[in-house]
Design a binder for this molecule. Structure first.
Ligand code: FAD
Length: 476
């Protein structure tokens, strides 16, 4: 029987996993590499993988090891660069094949090439497309023309493509007993100071089991999907949106499996705009991956996909204030503090903080995107850089110069200020919506709420001109 290496990457599951299925009639060596470069620095000097995502990855590895063991497989965890570890394993086990899911962005492609170059020529390479709802091979042949706007892409895909059925999970694997399969390190090996944040929307636990459980909970137990369209722009609590992103990003759940669950839900419970909209959002995720595949490194360039030079004048202090949630604009600060404390931020929050950084503070969007890369529990290279390009105005957005008036957004999506009060206790005594504009309030009101701007809470870095249009008449 042929021996095959199964290289796990951002696909930490056993359900709907084509490389695993195709290895299941061979002697299979499943391997994951905890590449030390994952804990290097980004170009602006942030830790490449911050504490929230590191914790999530380690938990996902424990879960994967257990799931593989349940079907007779043993996961090897190497603490090395894949280009070093995988060829050594291939030699040791006399493997003649390697199977893995494709990635589409620069660092991952370089890594793949290095692995392949370091393998013996006799090792056959099998690559698979696996992280999107739609399969790359099923897209209309001229899809490239549709990748300049999401609606063109979506219309085309909805008309011309269908979602492939999920693949069955193998019942039994044939893996040799391995003496030293490699420890999964503890989080403390990377970060000394992790603490659980009780204000988090959800306690995100990594792994396929927890991911599938979250899907079951959101759809079946709590029946939240029927309201998704109306709740999706929320900011507080576990269920305003699905929170599937962290598990999708690391491949702990397959988007096709989610699709099948949504279709079952439509048959058994409700079929409405909300059920359509969740799939619609998964198509956004697909879109950014296909765009990244199409445009290559443009998603990492300051000019983005538009390839038009933009001058970024924002300074260091402005960036640091944004990063630390100390800009003096409560809606921005609340969102950034949520990100820092939990690794998660709502989509509405992400759009606003990205717009504020790039359009109001005029800081280079790449710096914000790299900070997100470091901090997000659900970091996905294509969704992150694609969305940042979009909001910064250098992406494939048909609307020229989209701008978020942060005060307007705050008043619409957090009308009573509950979200800001949740994350900014120093402003909590300000009543109702006035918490969104302490800089417009009188000294008397601030004194009564025990707030001293510049001391207990930051003076605003800037009050954008657009805010003045919304300045309330009866402030106190
Ligand atoms: C500046 C910025 C950076 C972002 N970075 C990431 C990232 O690194 N990883 C990531 O998964 N998402 C990213 N997003 C997209 C979106 O904010 C998150 O997917 C969403 O907030 C996750 O919450 P949810 O799972 O509850 O989403 P839901 O609203 O429940 O949506 C369901 C799923 O659809 C997908 N989805 C929804 N919106 C988008 C979108 N705009 N782009 C791509 N996919 C989407 C996600 O996989 C999500 O889990 C970013 C958005 C912005 C504006």
């Amino acid at each position: 029987m042929q021996t095959a290496i199964l290289w796990y990457r951002n696909d930490l599951r056993i359900h709907d996993h084509e490389p695993l299925v195709n290895c299941s009639n061979k002697i299979v060596i499943p391997v994951y590499c905890l590449d030390p470069s994952l804990h290097g620095k980004t170009s602006f000097g942030f830790p490449k993988t911050g504490v929230h995502r590191t914790k999530f990855i380690l938990e996902s590895l424990h879960d994967l090891r257990q799931s593989l063991q349940n079907i007779g497989g043993h996961l090897i965890v190497c603490h090395d660069n894949p280009a070093v570890a995988i060829p050594q394993l291939a030699k040791k086990f006399k493997a003649k094949e390697i199977h893995f899911h494709d990635e589409v962005t620069h660092e991952e492609i370089v890594c793949e090439k290095q692995v392949i170059a370091a393998l013996d020529d006799s090792v056959k390479v099998f690559r698979y497309w696996g992280s999107t709802l739609m399969h790359d091979d099923d897209l209309p042949h001229d899809i490239d023309h549709c990748l300049n706007t999401f609606s063109k892409f979506r219309n085309r895909v909805e008309k011309k493509c269908s979602v492939r059925k999920t693949l069955p999970t193998p019942k039994k694997l044939n893996t040799p007993q391995i003496d030293s399969p490699g420890d999964i390190p503890t989080l403390e090996a990377f970060f000394a100071d992790y603490r659980v944040e009780p204000r988090s929307v959800l306690s995100f636990t990594g792994g396929e089991s927890a991911g599938q459980e979250r899907v079951r909970q959101y759809l079946w137990e709590e029946d939240c999907l029927k309201e998704y369209f109306n709740t999706r722009n929320g900011l507080l609590g576990a269920n305003y949106s699905s929170k599937f992103s962290a598990w999708l990003s690391l491949g702990c759940v397959s988007p096709r499996w989610i699709y099948e669950e949504v279709k079952k839900y439509e048959q058994r419970r409700h079929k409405n705009k909300s059920t359509y909209w969740l799939i619609f959002e998964l198509l956004w995720r697909d879109f950014f991956r296909f765009v990244a595949d199409d445009v290559g490194n443009q998603i990492f360039s300051p000019e983005g996909m538009r390839n038009e030079p933009v001058s970024w004048q924002g300074n260091e202090d402005a960036f640091v204030a944004w990063q630390e949630g100390q800009t003096g604009i409560p809606f921005i600060d609340a969102n950034m503090r949520e990100l820092n404390a939990t690794g998660f931020m709502s989509n509405r929050g992400r759009q606003n903080v990205a717009s504020f950084l790039t359009k109001d503070l005029k800081v280079n969007w790449l710096r914000g995107a790299e900070y997100f890369e470091s901090m997000l529990i659900d970091y996905d290279v294509c969704s992150n850089y694609g969305n940042w390009c979009y909001v910064a105005g250098v992406g494939n957005d048909p609307r020229e110069n989209r701008y978020f008036n942060v005060l307007k957004q705050a008043l619409s999506y957090d009308p009573q200020g509950d979200y800001v009060r949740h994350w900014l206790p120093e402003l909590a005594a300000l009543p109702g919506k006035s918490i969104h504009y302490p800089f417009f309030l009188s000294q008397k009101t601030l004194r009564e709420a025990n707030i001293q701007l510049g001391h207990s809470y930051a003076n605003p870095l800037i009050v954008p001109r657009s805010f003045h249009k919304l300045k309330p008449h009866n402030l106190d």
